[in-house]
Ligand binder design. Structure first.
Ligand SMILES: O=C(O)c1ccccc1NCC(=O)[C@H](O)[C@H](O)COP(=O)(O)O
Length: 254
């Protein structure tokens, strides 16, 4: 039986031919996530708009993405991540556009990108950063998609979960690597995964972001001690009574 990632990628392939085409916004100047992280003296908190997920089902279906992003920005979010996959996460590209029109910080299109047409579409909707998941791509595709995004002025967050993926990611010399604490095959979440990988790779060059399962200031401190420069936080913020206050709690000093 295939994994959820296999299912999602199959769906993405089926959607490719119906993606809109047309001009890219040639005059726009994407905001750099890497520069934002480098300039910050606290952990960068990439705050996610996430209505639902395969592991949790409904999280916050009634959210207004623009209002949520404004709350995040008010709490000092360094970037906003928008999950745009419709079938598995109940997101849309329109969510991304709304968020981009609301905030000044970099906006990440969090989706399952396997083709340059998805990157073009992300660019059209105002993305500053795209995600490339190493587990979903072979080496040639990873390199080509990264190059395509960079040619459009977009930053790339390259996501890994284990050592083999880290070795593959490092070969393309990315500026930012996200370590996902969620195993996309089993849905097990353990923030010790970031500690384990950074124990070996923290001085290998990229800026590291700890992704998934971050709930408390103590978690943030653990990630900071491990060598991460930022956090990607979804469910904790989407279910918080006071998302801005939660972001302030997670923004630990470096
Ligand atoms: O969240 C899931 O269930 C999921 C399942 C399959 C592929 C990706 C998935 N999540 C995407 C993410 O990486 C997270 O939304 C992100 O890291 C935030 O995680 P969390 O703070 O635990 O909501």
């Amino acid at each position: 039986m295939g994994t959820i990632l296999d299912e999602i990628i199959t769906q993405k392939k089926a959607e490719l031919d119906s993606l809109p085409s047309g001009p890219l916004k040639a005059d726009r100047e994407p905001v750099s996530l890497a520069e934002m992280i480098k300039d910050s003296n606290t952990m960068a908190v990439i705050s996610e708009v996430k209505r639902a997920s395969p592991s949790k089902g409904d999280i916050n279906q009634s959210v207004n993405p623009a209002e949520q992003a404004a709350k995040y920005a008010g709490g000092g979010a360094d970037a906003i991540s928008v999950l745009t996959d419709q079938k598995f996460f109940s997101g849309t590209m329109e969510d991304l556009g709304q968020v981009k029109r609301t905030v000044d910080v970099p906006v990440l299109n969090k989706d399952f990108i396997i083709d340059t047409r998805q990157i073009d579409n992300a660019c059209r909707h105002g993305a500053d950063v795209i995600l490339l998941i190493v587990a979903a791509l072979d080496d040639a595709a990873l390199k080509a998609l990264c190059g395509h995004a960079e040619s459009l002025g977009l930053d790339v967050l390259v996501e890994v979960h284990d050592e083999a993926e880290m070795e593959r990611a490092l070969r393309i010399e990315p500026e930012i690597i996200g370590i996902n604490n969620r195993d996309l095959k089993t849905f097990t979440v353990d923030i010790a995964n970031t500690e384990k990988l950074l124990g070996k790779y923290r001085d290998s060059g990229p800026l590291f972001i700890a992704e998934s399962g971050i709930r408390t200031r103590e978690d943030a401190l653990r990630m900071q001690c491990a060598g991460a420069r930022g956090l990607l936080v979804g469910e904790t913020l989407m279910t918080a009574d006071d998302p801005a206050g939660k972001i302030e709690e997670l923004k630990v000093e470096l």
